[in-house]
Design a protein around this ligand. Structure first.
Ligand SMILES: [Zn+2]
Ligand SMILES: [Zn+2]
Length: 226
């Protein structure tokens, strides 16, 4: 049984608004960014007719770790955890979907896209700046931002797709299926760790943290080397 059949049904029926509500369960709030990911992801799945089984059969590429990436993961079924998501740390709101032949479709949010939701939810930008950018808003401002955010995200969903996205055919380099690695036990902390994330020193095996070696970390700032 396909656990995502409800989602595919919504896509087949073109119910993008309901997809937004479902994706918000994952994302935690409504915002235009999430809506862009939902709408873009929906268009890519529909145009390519690619319904992922979550087994690296379909791959999505996101080019920044902003709100939109949650919408893309939710709607395409290509996620961080099922190894079907490729993260390019480029800071662009653009997404690609492809099957394993590497012939993908890229949806890029056009530079003027925000005009369309700002028109329908005028207060959004000022409230966002006050509450999120400057962290100055009080409880009332926060609540108002939340309801304006929902209005702005619905405006994204209901704007003609051609005004928000540019689409282009792209070739992407498909990575091999994610490898299955042995696990070792770190000789210092005693925790089980993937073999490729260990170092050997004087015949002992250490995890990167205990060995005080550098490792990559994904945070709100993108991929950082610690
Ligand atoms: Zn968001
Ligand atoms: Zn350790």
């Amino acid at each position: 049984m396909d656990p995502r059949r409800d989602i595919w049904d919504l896509i087949d029926r073109g119910d993008v608004e309901e997809l937004l509500h479902r994706a918000a369960v994952l994302h935690g709030h409504y915002c235009p960014g999430l809506a862009l990911g939902v709408k873009g992801g929906y268009e890519l799945v529909k145009r390519l007719d690619l319904k992922s089984e979550g087994m690296e059969d379909v791959l999505a590429v996101v080019e920044t770790n902003n709100c939109a990436s949650d919408g893309v993961q939710f709607v395409t079924g290509c996620s961080f955890g099922n190894n079907s998501l490729i993260f390019k740390d480029l800071g662009k709101t653009a997404f690609t979907l492809s099957d394993r032949d590497g012939k993908g479709l890229r949806a890029r949010v056009v530079n003027k896209a925000s005009e369309y939701w700002e028109e329908k939810a005028e207060e959004f930008s000022d409230l966002y700046e006050k509450v999120v950018d400057k962290r100055e808003g009080d409880e009332e401002d926060k609540e108002e931002l939340m309801s304006t955010s929902e209005k702005a995200s619905l405006a994204v969903i209901n704007t003609d797709v051609g005004k928000i996205f540019d689409f282009e055919d792209v070739e992407i380099k498909i990575p091999d299926y994610a490898p299955i690695h042995d696990s070792y036990i770190c000789d210092i902390c005693g925790e089980k760790v993937m073999a490729t994330r260990t170092v050997k020193k004087d015949g002992e095996i250490y995890c990167l943290e205990c060995a005080e070696e550098g490792y990559s970390k994904l945070t709100g700032y993108g991929i950082e080397r610690k």
